[in-house]
Write a new protein. Structure first.
Length: 239
């Protein structure tokens, strides 16, 4: 295995996702890509082009109709439902446009939940780690509040803390700033950039937000279910 291969955390080979039916609906058409550890990758493209569908496939929340997805070297097509759920819990963190925090739980309890499900830490360690994560994200004084007692930006930060709880290899974010004002959006961008830089977590984010998108190391453009390869720059090739 070369040095480059060892840094690869996601490899998709010719993935296709078609919704079956009398008239099959193609969502993703023959996408191949690879993403390395510690990369911040943006996924952009027109509305309805298949960005979320692709992210859900890469996050093992959906299964390709054909093609293969390797996650941290493991061929995920060989895993059953239970094994896929375990990989999601251990290796992936999710942040969505709508936070999907549990309404009746405090910030602290929401962040503790993935660690409790994984069951690798003692209750005391779980609580301590959740407190540190929330504190790091500037939510030290909001730990005992429920989601409806927080601002949109604060809720999104709790969702990021929850996504980071099990120290995932990869965070998948679908429009993480889609619902936020400019200041909260800049804050979320800063936090995710820091996670990439300091923990070498890989972040893949679908976004329409140009201010957020500039934080990426690179952008994958999706058009009509396919990766669009940018046209060569005629100015530079004209010499
Ligand atoms: N369950 C479904 N049933 C029918 N059509 C679907 C379903 N899921 C997605 N689609 C369609 O597939 C296409 C791709 O959807 P997807 O949500 O992946 O696009 P997107 O690029 O993320 O869009 P947006 O930027 O608007 O969120 C769209 O035309 C969408 O309407």
């Amino acid at each position: 295995m070369s040095e480059d291969d060892s840094r690869c955390v996601i490899r998709a080979e010719h993935i296709v996702r078609t919704l079956p039916g009398a008239v099959p609906v193609p969502l993703v058409r023959d996408v191949s890509l690879s993403v390395d550890r510690g990369e911040f990758v943006m996924i952009q493209g027109p509305s309805g082009s298949g960005k979320s569908s692709l992210l859900y496939l890469l996050g093992l929340l959906d299964v390709p109709t054909s093609g293969k997805i390797f996650l941290d070297g493991v061929d995920t097509s060989s895993l059953d439902e239970e094994e896929l759920a375990q990989v999601r819990l251990e290796k992936l963190g999710f942040v969505f446009q709508f936070h999907f925090l549990l309404a009746e739980f405090s910030s602290l309890q929401n962040v503790m939940l993935p660690m409790e499900r994984l069951g690798r830490l003692s209750p005391g360690q779980i609580r301590q780690r959740a407190e540190v994560l929330l504190d790091d994200l500037g939510l030290g004084d909001q730990m005992h509040k429920r989601p409806d007692q927080l601002s949109g930006g604060q809720r999104q930060r709790v969702a990021i803390a929850r996504a980071m709880a099990n120290e995932p290899l990869i965070i998948l974010a679908d429009e993480p700033t889609g619902n936020l004002d400019r200041a909260s959006s800049a804050n979320v961008q800063e936090i995710l950039s820091k996670v990439v830089r300091e923990r070498q977590t890989t972040v893949l984010a679908v976004t329409h937000d140009p201010h957020f998108a500039i934080a990426g190391d690179r952008t994958i453009h999706i058009v009509d279910g396919r990766i669009e390869v940018p046209a060569p720059d005629v100015r530079s090739s004209a010499g």
